[in-house]
Design a protein around this ligand. Structure first.
Ligand SMILES: Nc1nc2c(c(=O)[nH]1)N=C([C@H](O)[C@H](O)COP(=O)(O)OP(=O)(O)OP(=O)(O)O)CN2
Length: 151
């Protein structure tokens, strides 16, 4: 047919048992967000001893077995967990005040974010945090990985 418009199918023929899950293995998803915050470092002989700010870039890696839709976790649900449970402590905040007592290095913050995410993920399909990567600047980041929990 010439110049026929593309029409999306109204239904997809069910294959095999009709399951929408193709991958039987664990799959990792990664969501990236940014936030702006101010902080200063203690016990540090350098410019970061003074109050300053960063646009942080955060990558959250979550793995699990797939749900009936074929998803580890909806990217939107992961973003909602960040917005509800983490952002209030991070975005446009003075981190030395909003976070538990710590030196607000990328390393310490990374681990705190890991712990918070782990607390708020759904308790199903062995969904778990695999890693958290936190960029303080475009050239500097810290990472915490699940396998290091035992170190
Ligand atoms: N291991 C760590 N080192 C430093 C941290 C940290 O959290 N962990 N933090 C800082 C400062 O907060 C600083 O803002 C970031 O440091 P740096 O990468 O040196 O920033 P620059 O913009 O100067 O880096 P460029 O090399 O110019 O890209 C210091 N160290």
């Amino acid at each position: 047919m010439k110049n026929a418009p593309f029409l999306a199918p109204t239904s997809v023929e069910a294959k095999q048992d009709g399951s929408l899950i193709y991958c039987p293995h664990r799959v990792q998803i990664v969501k990236e967000v940014t936030f702006d915050a101010a902080h200063h470092l203690f016990d540090y002989d350098g410019k970061c001893r003074a109050l300053h700010g960063h646009t942080y870039k955060l990558q959250m890696g979550i793995s699990g077995f797939l749900d009936n839709r074929g998803m580890t976790l909806d990217f939107g649900d992961l973003k909602a967990i960040f917005k509800e449970e983490l952002e209030p402590y991070l975005d446009h905040r003075y981190l030395n005040e909003s976070l538990p007592y710590m030196n607000t290095t990328a390393e310490n913050m990374c681990y705190w974010i890991f712990e918070q995410l782990a607390k708020h993920l759904p308790d199903e399909r062995d969904v778990r945090v695999e890693f958290v990567k936190l960029y303080e600047t475009p050239t500097s980041y810290a990472e915490f990985r699940r396998e290091w929990l035992v170190d």
